[in-house]
Design a protein around this ligand. Structure first.
Ligand code: C2E
Ligand code: MG
Ligand code: MG
Ligand code: MG
Length: 279
């Protein structure tokens, strides 16, 4: 009875695939309108400097408030935006919006913006960054761009050249999700990053898995030797905080401190820092 019917299975997959394609197509069409309709919003998640026990910056993370589907996660729509090229106008909006917002913060607080590999293939990324800085009045040293390995995987010479041009503006460059790719180490040799963000997957297992502690220790030590600061992503518990603190991470980011929130809710965290932001 339960014998597999090859053709039925095939048809099932075919229609599941159609659904997937239709779903992406629908998202793509919606996304074009969403830009114009102002349905995208930035949330900001604080980064805490452990030595100073102070919030020193916020990462801007894009949200899509879809009129019928509710909030759609960037994990869903960023890949679609990258495939369709919509990441170019969306990324420009994110950059300009984040710089304009950060220009209103105290002058020692930075903003981090994620930049897609697709944006690096555009000829004018450097001009765009210059323009966003100029029109917002944000000092270049207060902008940090987060890139993943994918930027250095393709057209790596051109990408490295762009990274140097961005750095020459005074902008900081962070390597995001460090340790998840194929050759994280080799990329550290290609470009002198200002910061390594240790991927959440290592931080998550810190108390349960001694190997993860060893890996975090190695990354921190590597960063220290190279003069690169280290941020532990996705710190959710006090136990994880104490481990990454003991290992010497420079900064933490994670739900323990705060989830990403709209600017009006995130920025007041700066002024509520009494003894310890993660007491
Ligand atoms: P990411 O840059 O690595 O951002 C960190 C992600 O981890 C965010 O997910 C954040 O909400 C989540 N996170 C932070 N702390 C915790 C924690 O303690 N526990 C858990 N479980 N998660 C935590 P989000 O906002 O869903 O973004 C996912 C990814 O989408 C980002 O990963 C980034 O790669 C991409 N993304 C988000 N905004 C943008 C953007 O404006 N441009 C581009 N190109 N990519 C973006
Ligand atoms: Mg990031
Ligand atoms: Mg990350
Ligand atoms: Mg990520």
């Amino acid at each position: 009875k339960a014998k597999a019917d090859g053709r039925g299975t095939f048809r099932f997959f075919e229609s599941a695939m159609d659904k997937e394609v239709q779903n992406r197509r629908a998202l793509e069409l919606d996304m074009r309108e969403a830009m114009a309709a102002g349905e995208f919003e930035l949330h900001y998640q604080p980064l805490l400097d452990l030595a100073r026990d102070r919030i020193v910056g916020f990462e801007a993370l894009v949200r899509w408030n879809h009129p019928s589907r509710g909030t759609i996660s960037p994990g869903i729509f960023i890949p679609v935006a990258e495939d369709t090229g919509l990441i170019v106008p969306l990324g420009e909006w994110v950059l300009r919006e984040a710089c304009a917002e950060a220009a209103r913060w105290p002058a020692d607080v930075r903003v981090s913006v994620n930049v897609s590999a697709v944006q690096f293939r555009q000829r004018n990324l450097v001009q765009l960054v210059m323009s966003a800085l100029a029109s917002s009045g944000l000092a270049p040293g207060r902008l940090e761009l987060e890139i993943t390995e994918s930027v250095l995987m393709q057209e790596s010479e051109a990408s490295v050249r762009i990274l140097h041009q961005l750095r020459a503006l005074g902008v900081r460059i962070a390597m995001d999700d460090f340790g998840t790719g194929y050759s994280s180490l080799s990329y550290l040799r290609r470009f002198p990053f200002d910061k390594i963000k240790i991927d959440r997957s290592f931080v998550k297992e810190l108390s349960a898995n001694p190997e993860s502690t060893a890996i975090v220790r190695a990354i921190v030590s590597l960063g220290r030797s190279l003069g690169i600061s280290t941020t532990a992503e996705g710190v959710e518990t006090h136990e994880q905080l104490e481990i990454v603190r003991a290992e010497g991470c420079t900064e933490i980011q994670g739900y323990l401190l705060s989830p990403p929130r709209p600017a009006r809710d995130a920025v007041p965290l700066l002024f509520r820092q009494h003894r310890s932001a993660v007491a």
